[in-house]
Design a protein around this ligand. Structure first.
Ligand code: GTP
Length: 295
C-alpha cells in the first residue's frame, strides 16, 4: 500500500495571521514541506512572501479554492507529490474560503493524501472590533481540529476569555491556543485530524460579499503621504496588503481592520491589493490618492 502524504489545512478569516503562522512553521519544522496557496486578490502577495523561504510551492490563482478551483487543487496536489515528494503538505486558503467542501474533497477524492488536520487562525482583535461571526467564519471554526486565537497582544485578557467561550460554542472539541504572531510549538498542529468527521458533501453556494482590486506602480512613494493614506482608508476596506517602495527601501505592507504595519522586504516594485465589501465604490478615489503619494 502506498503511504498517503499528510495534508494540513490552514484556514481563518482575512488577515487573521495565516501567512504569519506559515512563516513560523517553515522556520521551525525540519521536514520537507510543500505549500499550496490560494489567494483572493489577482496579485499573489502571500506567495511572494513565502517564496523567499526556499520551499516548494504551488499557487492556485485568484478565486476561492473552496469551490471554483477544486479541480485545480486536486491537480496541484498530485503534481507536487510527483515532483517534490514532500513529507507534509500545508494548504493556506483565502480568508474567504469555507473549508468544508475542501475537507470533503481531500478525504474522498484525493487518494494520495490524508487530512492531517484543519488549523483555524482567529484574529482576536478583529473579533473585538467586529464581534459578529458570519457564516464563513462559523464554517471555518466548525471545521477546526485546532484553533489559534491569534493577536492576543492586541486584546485585554478579560476579552480573550469571552472570545474563547464564543468559539467554543461553535466547536466544542478543538483546543484553543492563545498565540502572538502564530508562535506555537508546531507539533501541536500536526497529526490532529478528528477520527470522526461528517462525510456529507456540503451544499455549497458560496457568494463572497467581498471584492478586490489591485494597484501596481514603478514609482517611489512618499512615506508620510502613504501613512496618512493608510490611516484614513474607508472602513469598508477590511484588508489591504502588498509591497510599497519608499525612498530608503521597499516594505511589505499589511492592513487589517484599520491597523497596519510595514516590514522591510526584498521586492522589485510596488503592488497592492485592496479587499473589502463594495470596494469598487472606493477604487477610483483610492487610486487617485495613491497617485498623489508618488514622488
Ligand atoms: N499585533 C499582531 N499582529 C499580528 C499577529 N499575527 C499576525 N499579525 C499581523 O497581521 C497582519 C496579517 O497577517 P497575515 O499573516 O498576513 O494574515 P493572513 O491571515 O495570512 O491574511 P490573508 O491571507 O490576507 O487572509 C500582518 O500585519 C501581521 O504582521 C499578532 O499576533 N499580533
Amino acid at each position: 500500500m502506498t503511504t498517503r502524504t499528510p495534508l494540513t489545512l490552514i484556514t481563518g478569516p482575512l488577515g487573521s495571521g495565516k501567512t504569519t503562522l506559515l512563516r513560523h512553521i517553515l522556520a521551525t519544522v525540519s521536514q520537507k514541506i510543500a505549500i499550496l496557496m490560494n489567494e483572493f486578490g489577482e496579485i499573489a502577495i502571500d506567495a511572494k512572501v513565502i517564496q523567499g523561504q526556499n520551499v516548494s510551492m504551488a499557487d492556485l490563482g485568484g478565486g476561492c479554492v473552496c469551490c471554483s478551483l477544486l479541480g485545480e487543487f486536486e491537480a496541484a496536489v498530485n503534481e507536487i507529490i510527483e515532483t517534490v515528494n514532500p513529507d507534509l503538505i500545508v494548504v493556506e486558503t483565502t480568508g474567504l474560503a469555507e473549508p468544508d467542501a475542501l475537507v470533503f474533497d481531500i478525504q474522498e477524492s484525493i487518494p494520495v493524501v490524508r487530512l492531517d488536520g484543519v488549523v483555524t487562525v482567529i484574529d482576536a482583535d478583529g473579533l473585538v472590533q467586529y464581534p459578529q461571526i458570519g457564516h464563513t467564519g462559523r464554517i471555518q471554526i466548525e471545521a477546526a481540529d485546532a484553533i489559534l486565537l491569534n493577536k492576543v497582544d492586541l486584546v485585554a485578557e478579560s476579552e480573550l476569555e469571552a472570545i474563547a467561550a464564543k468559539l467554543h460554542r461553535f466547536n466544542e472539541t478543538a483546543p484553543i491556543f492563545h498565540t502572538q504572531r502564530g508562535q506555537i510549538d508546531p507539533a501541536l498542529l500536526f497529526g490532529i485530524a478528528k477520527a470522526e468527521r461528517s462525510l456529507q458533501p456540503p451544499h455549497h453556494i458560496h457568494q463572497p460579499e467581498f471584492d478586490s482590486f489591485s494597484y501596481t506602480s514603478p514609482a517611489t512613494f512618499d512615506r508620510a503621504c502613504f501613512e496618512e493614506f493608510a490611516g484614513s482608508l474607508a472602513p469598508s476596506i477590511y484588508r489591504a496588503k502588498g509591497f510599497v517602495r519608499f525612498v530608503d527601501d521597499i516594505y511589505l505592507f499589511n492592513f487589517v481592520a484599520g491597523r497596519w504595519d510595514f516590514e522591510p522586504f526584498e521586492q522589485a516594485t510596488t503592488e497592492l491589493v485592496f479587499i473589502g465589501k463594495q470596494v469598487n465604490e472606493h477604487q477610483a478615489e483610492i487610486l487617485q490618492r495613491l497617485k498623489l503619494c508618488e514622488h
